[in-house]
Design a protein around this ligand. Structure first.
Ligand code: GZL
Length: 347
């Protein structure tokens, strides 16, 4: 009898242990797979559903020209900093390597992705009607940054945020006329920006119109240096081989002016003294060259346009009326004023 009772007790105990064991396994199965403790691939174990973002992000597609100059790099940094540091925005950024067809492709991609706004720095003025009409038909606002497009297409963009390039050309000419006097005999080499770019067309127009009444001022050579330092040097080298009787170099941007300075020095002349050097942009390298006496003036062109672009998009989203042209505030730097400003320059 005793033996029976003992074996019954033993069976009961074993049964209870097995039951406990199954119960334990049953609980841990919620996160187990055959392989072990990993949650099944298709659903994470006990993960709270991802929180929906509080508000939908404003998605901005920006079609940048490239990285041809210090100015362009500063503009790109301003855009990436402005939108990258604001959680309300998502930035899609494309670099077109100076090619209009790449900018057009980028805009079409932004349209397909149904972005909320498109920013464009048009490499040249013409050839945008078709793609900007596609953006308009898709109900996506376009904001032009830093360069414009052919007049007559104002209905294809919301606002142009950028400088007055004609005024920049006029300011360059004004410094020169003040420096030499209205009746002086001055031979000028003009280093032009990218062929077809509004910045080049208008800086040329502003400068040339401002000296049209001064017969002694002659542009003896005008050639594109494509806004790059290397090409600016190349064009200047080639010209100096033919003729050294020039008093001024007017470069449509500081990068080409800095290239010309190198060529002038290599030709055995003193830039800033033998040949006065005028640039546009206001990049740090120009301020440094002025401080060294190798350059004479830089006409500022503000590249830090990210905040203005962001504000324009927010104002548009709020239904506010925007001006067709949101102008950048700029100055002209030469002499002691340039030297004093150098430590505070941001680009
Ligand atoms: C001006 C900008 C020009 C700069 C150049 O807004 O488009 O392009 O002056 C740059 O340095 O390459």
């Amino acid at each position: 009898m005793k033996r029976n009772r003992k074996s019954l007790l033993l069976s009961l105990l074993t049964l209870m242990m097995v039951a406990t064991l199954f119960a334990a396994c049953g609980n841990s199965n919620s996160g187990n797979t055959a392989e072990g403790n990993n949650a099944p691939a298709d659903k994470p174990a006990n993960t709270a559903p991802a929180d929906e973002p509080a508000g939908k992000k404003i998605v901005v597609g920006f079609a940048q020209i490239g990285a041809e100059s210090g100015w362009r790099d500063a503009e790109t940094a301003s855009i990436k900093d402005t939108f990258g540091n604001d959680p309300a925005f998502e930035l899609k950024f494309s670099d077109a390597q100076q090619k209009q067809e790449n900018q057009i492709k980028a805009i079409r991609s932004f349209i397909a992705q149904k972005v909320d706004a498109i920013g464009l720095a048009p490499v040249v003025e013409s050839g945008w009607e078709t793609v900007l009409k596609e953006a308009k038909d898709a109900g996506i606002p376009v904001f032009l940054l830093d360069r414009g497009i052919t007049a007559g297409n104002e209905d294809l963009y919301t606002s142009f945020i950028g400088s007055d390039f004609i005024l920049e050309g006029e300011n360059a000419a004004k410094w020169m006329l003040d420096e030499f006097g209205a009746d002086a005999q001055v031979n000028i080499v003009q280093l032009e920006g990218t062929v077809g770019a509004s910045a080049a067309n208008d800086r040329k127009k502003g400068f040339e119109d401002a000296i049209a009444g001064n017969a002694g001022y002659k542009i003896v050579y005008s050639q594109t240096g494509d806004f790059t330092r290397a090409k600016g040097k190349e064009v200047m080298e080639a010209y100096l081989k033919k003729d050294k009787n020039i008093q001024v170099v007017y470069a449509h941007n500081d990068d080409m002016a800095l290239g010309a300075i190198q060529a002038i020095e290599e030709a055995g002349l003193k830039p800033g003294t033998d040949i006065k050097i005028i640039g546009v942009d206001g990049v740090k390298g120009a301020f440094e060259a002025i401080a060294e006496g190798k350059m004479n003036v830089t006409v500022e062109c503000n590249p830090l346009l990210g905040p203005q672009l962001k504000q324009a998009i927010l104002d548009y989203q709020a239904g506010k009326e925007l001006p067709k042209w949101i102008k950048s505030e700029e100055d002209v730097y030469f002499g002691q004023k340039a030297i004093d400003a150098l430590p505070n320059r941001q680009y």
